[in-house]
Design a protein around this ligand. Structure first.
Ligand code: RP5
Length: 168
C-alpha cells in the first residue's frame, strides 16, 4: 500500500492499473488535496495483480473508504472489477491509450452491464479532476464545511470565466 496522500485516515482510494496512469490520475489526487479530502494512492493492476485487486475491494468499506476513483487504459477492466468487489461507489477514469487514444478505455469503463455501475468520466485529465470533484460533491452532502469549499471553488470558476476576453 502506498502512503496516504495526507496523514488523516483516507476516505477516498485513488487506484490505477499502472504507474504510467499517474500523469492523468495525479489530477484527481491534486483536487482531493486542494479540498482537504484524505486519500490514498495505489497501483492495482486488474490483469497483473488480480488477487491484490480482490483484496483491495474486499477491504475497502471496512477500512473506511467512501469512494474509489479507478483509472485504467485500454481494456480498462479495473473500475468495473472494483465495482464488483465492493459496495463502495466506484468512479471510473478512462486513461488515454497508445493506439486508440482512450476511446477503448472509455467504452470499456462506461459499458457496464446492468446491476454493477461505474460512474464514468471523460478521458484523461478532465475526467480525473471531475471524478474527484464528483466524489467531493457527494461527501459534501453530509459535510457543511466541504460544501462551502465547493461553493467557493465554483464561484472562483465563475469569476475567472467572467474575466475572460476574446482575443481580437
Ligand atoms: C492498463 O494498461 C493500465 O491502466 C495502463 O493504462 C495500460 C498500460 O500499462 P503499462 O504498460 O504502461 O504498465 O492496465
Amino acid at each position: 500500500m502506498n502512503a496516504p496522500a495526507s496523514s488523516a485516515a483516507p476516505v477516498v482510494g485513488v487506484i490505477m492499473g499502472s504507474s504510467s496512469d499517474w500523469e492523468v490520475m495525479q489530477h484527481a489526487v491534486s483536487m482531493l488535496n486542494d479540498f482537504g479530502v484524505a486519500c490514498e494512492t495505489r497501483v492495482v493492476s486488474a490483469h497483473r495483480m488480480p488477487l491484490d485487486m480482490a483484496e483491495y475491494g474486499a477491504a475497502a468499506a471496512g477500512r473506511g473508504l467512501r469512494a474509489v476513483i479507478a483509472g485504467a487504459g485500454g481494456a480498462a477492466h479495473l473500475p468495473g472489477m472494483m465495482a464488483a468487489l465492493t459496495e463502495v461507489p466506484v468512479f471510473g477514469v478512462p486513461v488515454p491509450s497508445r493506439y486508440l487514444r482512450g476511446e477503448d478505455s472509455l467504452l470499456s469503463i462506461v459499458q457496464m452491464p446492468k446491476g454493477v455501475p461505474v460512474a464514468t468520466f471523460a478521458i484523461g485529465e478532465a475526467g480525473a479532476a471531475n471524478a474527484a470533484l464528483h466524489v467531493i460533491a457527494n461527501l459534501a452532502t453530509t459535510d457543511v464545511a466541504l460544501r462551502e469549499k465547493l461553493k467557493a471553488f465554483r464561484a472562483r470558476q465563475t469569476e475567472a470565466a467572467r474575466a475572460m476576453k476574446v482575443p481580437l
